[in-house]
Design a protein around this ligand. Sequence first.
Ligand SMILES: Cc1cc2nc3c(=O)[nH]c(=O)nc-3n(C[C@H](O)[C@H](O)[C@H](O)COP(=O)(O)OP(=O)(O)OC[C@H]3O[C@@H](n4cnc5c(N)ncnc54)[C@H](O)[C@@H]3O)c2cc1C
Length: 422
Amino acid sequence: MSHHQDDILLVGAGIAGAAIAHAFLQQGQRVRVLDAGPKPASGTSAHAFALAHPGLIRARPLLQRLTYIAFALAQQTWQPFWREEGIFQALKSGTDFDEELLNAQLLTAGFDQASAQPLRASEARRLTGVARDGIWFPKGATINLEKTCATIFSEQEKLTYAPNTLVASLSYDGLHWHALDQDGSSLAKAKSIVLACAHGAKALVADLQIALPLKPVRGQLNQFQISATSAWLQYLPTAAISGEGYCLPARHDVATNTYTLVVGSSYDENETSLASWPSSDMHNKQQAAALLHYAEGDLSELNLAGTYVGVRCAANDRLPIIGEVPTLPGLYIATALGSRGVLWSALAAAIITAQVQARLEQQALAGESTQAPSAALARLARLGLSADLLAAVSPARFLAGALPAALASNSNPIFPLGSSAK
Ligand SMILES: Cc1cc2nc3c(=O)[nH]c(=O)nc-3n(C[C@H](O)[C@H](O)[C@H](O)COP(=O)(O)OP(=O)(O)OC[C@H]3O[C@@H](n4cnc5c(N)ncnc54)[C@H](O)[C@@H]3O)c2cc1C
C-alpha cells in the first residue's frame, strides 16, 4: 500500500473513532481511518439503543463534573442522531425522597429546574409510566451507535476509511507515526495518530512501555415482546428509565398488537463471550421487574425477541482514557469508554482535537520568544475542562512508574521503534 499523507491517522471505526473523525473533518483536516472489522461499528458500537444520560452521581464528584460537560458536548456532537425523549433516573430502592436535598445536589451539579426535576413516585407514574421516586432529565436521549458510525464513515471528502485493516504495531520515525501490519510493513503514516480502538490500544502501546489497565466487561441487552393482554401492560414505561440497569420506552407494534421492551444490561467482568447467555436473559427479566417496580410480574410473559451482546472496555479506575501521551508527541488515545460511549466519545473528540491544535500552534510559534497561551486549550477551559479533569482522564496517569525516569521527561521526547524499546 502506498504512503498517503494525511493529517490524522485514526485506528478504530467505533463511536470513539466516529466522534474524533467527525471533529477533525469539521476542521478541514484530512483523516485516514483503519479498522480491523469489515464495516463501521463492528465492535462494541454495534449497538442500536445507547442512552445519553446526564445523571446525578452523588458518590463521585469528579465523575459528575465530567459527565455534565460530556453530556453538553454529546448533545452538540451527536445532534443529527440524537433522540431526545427524556430519561428518568430512579432512586435506589430504599432511598428516602428528600426533594430539598435532591434539588440542592442537582443545583451543585449544574442542573436547573428546566434540565432536572425530582419526582415522587406518583408524579413519575404519570410522566413515565413507572411508580418510583427519582429525577426526570427531560434532555436525556438515546442514539443508535451503529447507524451513527455508518453515517460518519460513509463517503466524505477528506476521509479515507479502510475496513479489514488490522494495525499490528506502531513506529515513530522522528516525524511521522506509522501504523504497521503483521509483517511490519507500513499501512499508513501521519504526524498525529489517534488510537480509538478500545481493547486494541493495549497491545499497541504495550510496545511503547505504556501499560493500560484495561479489562473486558461483557454486557447483554434484551428485547422482550409482551402480549397486549399481559398484566405487564400497566407497568410498561413510556420513557427511558435508568437505575439498576436501564430500559427504553416500550413500543407498540400495531401489526402484531404486541409491545417491545428493551432492557439491559448484564455487567460481566472479565468475560469476553459474544454469545447470548440464558443467565443474562433471566438477569434482564429480573432487572425489568425491579426497574418497573413490578416485583410480582410473571417473568414468563417477557418473550425473548432479540439480544445485543457487547464487550465494554473499562479502565481499572472506571474513567475513560483520553488525550495525548505526554512522552510521545503526536500519539493520542481514546479508549476505556466503559458504559458511556455516547458521552465519552464526544469528550474525547473535544479534548483530542484541542490538543492536536495546541501542538500545531506550538510548532508554529517555535523559535519565537513570546509564549502565547494556547487558544485551543483556552477553549477547553471555557468548556469547564480544567486541568484536574484533563489529568483525571489522561493516559499520563498510567505512565508514572511505568516509564523509567529518563523516558518520562516531557522536554526530551523519546522515539521508540517497534518492540526493541526496553
Ligand atoms: C450491553 C451494553 C450496553 C451499553 N449501553 C450503553 C448506553 O446505554 N450508553 C452508552 O453511552 N454506552 C453504552 N454502552 C457502551 C458503548 O457501547 C461503548 O462504550 C462504545 O461502543 C465503545 O466504543 P469504542 O469506539 O471505544 O469501541 P468499539 O466500538 O469496540 O470500536 C473499536 C474499534 O477498533 C477496532 N480495532 C481494535 N483493535 C484494532 C487494531 N489493532 N487495528 C485496527 N482496528 C482495531 C475494532 O475493530 C473496533 O471497530 C453499552 C455497552 C454494552 C456492551
